[in-house]
Design a protein around this ligand. Sequence first.
Ligand SMILES: [Zn+2]
Length: 321
Amino acid sequence: MVKPFASSADTGPKVETFVELADGVYALTAEGDPNVGAIEGEDFLVCFEARATPVAARRWLDRLRERTDKPVRYLVLSHYHAVRVLGASAFGAAEIITHDATRALIAERGKQDWDSEYGRMPRLFEDPDSIPGLTWPTLTFSDRLTIPLGGDRGELVLAWCGRGHTAGDIVAWLPRHRIMFAGDLVESQAALYTGDAFHDDWATSTLDSVAAFEARALVGGRGAVADGTDAVAAAIAQSRHFLDELRRTVRWVHDDGGALADAFRAAHTALAPEYGRWPIFEHCLPFNVQRYWDELDGVDWPRIWTAERDREVWAALQESA
Ligand SMILES: [Zn+2]
């Protein structure tokens, strides 16, 4: 049976769950679709992630407006991927904040990534014509940026933990509540996408840095909220294990002089029993294996995914498996 390309056959609606993690701290999860969040300041809002289109973002904002009518002063984007940034115009934010590397990646490959992700996940692009163009940050940083929330609300810390899912992932951390929004650095019962990743950094020092915050609740990029220190540890451990198994199997075939398709089969065999039923597993795996193979070949900076290259790699791996 030929597997449908990426998530192109995933057309059914997902149930969205609105969660209040603490007073004025919100998340919306959606059965493995990209998560979004918001934090109330004394007289403003910080939103985390923007969804794929303004129309999709507006459905989230409508939920949020049932709780607060504060204006969005800051829109924080964890990384450059289209399904998290192209809805930005709906927020009317005074500042759009990313890591320095995210701005560079948008400049380098934003349009190709848009086309690639639209082809891979068409369902997420609700009313694609509502996207006004690429999303550009108005404020970037390299290491840490702290936003005072006003009143007795404490502060929000934005931090870069090292190269991981992309070169420029940032997390949002609320020390007062010990709550973290981790973007795609951590997934909770969803498969990891690593097609633009730095696997060795991510699986070691970067996840160590994420874990060192000792969050009591964590909103990953996809999947349910990890609530409680045990659940947070489990989500981080799962993400690390996924990466470790991918690295182990692909490296083994690569070092043994095997072919890319052999590495794909080895990774699939190792990962499918535990992760095969989780959202986007089959979609991601060919791109993940290709990227780690490139890293082992010495390609440090991820090659750009285009709609055409997506189809070539898919045909070479998923359709030959
Ligand atoms: Zn991503």
